[in-house]
Design a protein around this ligand. Structure first.
Ligand code: TRP
Ligand code: MN
Length: 462
């Protein structure tokens, strides 16, 4: 392991942003020793499969749907919660697959998304100042000194809750839940009378008829009953990610087995920093989050560091520019990277650049701005002739009220009804499905240009 992956000491000697400050720094060591002995959560071969799928996205033949909570919590590792999120993701995937007729790569932002970068180290309420909440991987959300004190034992909780989540997801996606003949049942408890519900039901009816037709024709493929689903999260806590890194016996190379894909965040992507150094050495597919202030030169340097060999599927660049700036900033970044001949997957995160505080003090996002950023993303790629590879969304399966607007026209005054997020505001189920229909429309527009018609035979050909 010595040469293949930098030691934790070596990583710690570099600038390492956004790490917990444990009261007793030594206390983390026995936890890491335990994690190093635990079985991997994913298999290296699965990471390679995902890389091959991302290469298809980068080549313009597939679309990536990546989504889940902003921050998972230990408390929400419940069957109903996990099923709810999976159901929304599968429903969105069906909308995209059916309406845009593009293969959809399904990647969850889950089974490991427990650590959060924060802009401030502390939070003050009513004159009391405590450490900021950094995710269940580090401390507790409750605003008292005991909860907010970083506890290294929580890293074992991350492993255990990730394993439980991934186990259930694997059972669901291979065990019948993802069967296309169940499209209707995913939304049987839908909020009634919404416009989105009508559209979804109409589509589900069409799919059911098409499937029945295929079955009658004798087509009954296993791919209609299962999906391949991958896990991802931000590689933020390097103690944890390093402890879960294993040398793959087939290839003799290191993989971070905490998830199939990990990404480096906008706040930890310093060129000489420990995060970039760490992910350089693992063979997983890597995501890189890029905000509106990144220069094309900066992005190029990071792309060279993370993907020196221009390996297909290795790099996904997730842009989070904000609706106001995407149309001016994204073209330069995309053009600079594409000019090098490198193929990356371009994914739009329309959430993180569009956060604001509501008049009543809730952190929120406007659905209209989310849609505006997505539309900008598609426009820029259409203009440049590059492929809009995917979206990265923060969502939940519940009917929460965290983002304003959308089909139910949630107003700022409605936010108090069900505001449950541990971190950023998430799209609820209706908003997520509405977004999927919007994306599908954009994709089918592009497809009209790319469509490869079935060859027609004319009598005079023979
Ligand atoms: N296996 C195919 C796919 O993943 C078809 C499929 C089966 C599917 N169940 C699904 C697609 C659920 C989306 C959602 O594309
Ligand atoms: Mn977030």
């Amino acid at each position: 392991m010595v040469d293949l992956i930098p030691s934790l000491e070596e990583l710690r000697s570099r600038p390492m942003a956004q790490q917990p400050q444990y009261p007793d720094p030594q206390a983390v060591e026995p936890v890491l020793a335990e994690l190093r002995k635990r079985p991997p959560l994913v298999f290296a071969g699965e990471c390679d499969d995902l890389k091959a799928r991302i290469a298809e996205v980068a080549a313009g033949r597939s679309f990536m749907l990546q989504g889940g909570d902003c921050a998972e919590t230990f408390e929400s590792v419940r069957a109903a919660d996990i099923r709810g999120k999976l159901r929304v993701l599968l429903s969105m995937a069906v909308i995209l697959t059916y309406a845009a007729q593009v293969p959809v790569l399904k990647v969850g932002r889950l089974a490991g998304q427990y650590a959060k970068p924060r802009s401030k180290d502390t939070e003050t309420r009513g004159g009391v100042t405590l450490p900021a909440y950094r995710g269940d991987a580090v401390n507790g959300l409750a605003f008292d000194a005991a909860s907010r004190t970083p506890d290294p034992n929580r890293l074992l909780g991350v492993y255990n809750h990730s394993a439980a989540t991934l186990n259930l997801i694997r059972a669901f996606v291979k065990g019948g839940f993802a069967d296309l003949r169940a499209v209707h049942t995913w939304n049987s408890d839908f909020v009634r009378n919404s416009n989105v519900e009508g559209r979804y039901e109409a589509m589900a009816d069409e799919i059911e008829r098409a499937l029945a037709f295929m079955v009658a024709c004798g087509v009954d493929d296993a791919s209609l009953r299962t999906v391949d689903f991958y896990s991802s999260h931000e590689a933020l806590l390097l103690d944890y990610e390093h402890a879960l890194t294993r040398i793959d016996s087939r290839t003799g190379t290191p993989y971070d087995t905490s998830a199939h894909m990990v990404w480096v965040g906008e706040r930890t992507r310093q060129q000489d920093g420990a995060h970039v150094e760490f992910v350089k050495h693992i063979r997983n597919p890597i995501g890189l989050k890029i905000g509106p202030d990144a220069t094309p030169a900066e992005v190029l340097a990071l792309a060279d560091a993370l993907d020196p060999d221009h390996e297909p599927g290795r790099l996904t660049i997730i842009t989070r520019m904000g609706a106001a700036r995407i149309r001016t900033v994204l073209p330069g970044v995309v053009a600079a990277v594409e000019d090098t001949g490198r193929r990356v997957a371009w994914v739009c995160d329309p959430m993180h650049g569009n956060t604001f505080e509501s008049s009543l003090g809730y952190k929120t996002r406007a659905f209209s701005q989310v849609v505006d950023e997505l539309n900008g993303f598609f426009e820029v790629h259409r203009e440049l002739g590059t492929w809009p590879g995917g979206v990265h969304i923060e969502l939940t399966g519940d009917d929460v009220t965290e983002c304003v607007g959308g089909v139910d026209e949630l107003a700022e005054a409605d936010l108090a009804n069900r505001y449950e997020t541990a971190c950023d505001p998430r799209l609820n189920r209706n908003q997520s499905l509405e977004l999927a229909f919007t994306i599908a429309e954009q994709l089918s527009r592009g497809r009209a240009l790319r469509h490869n018609p079935v060859q027609e035979f004319h009598v005079e050909d023979f």
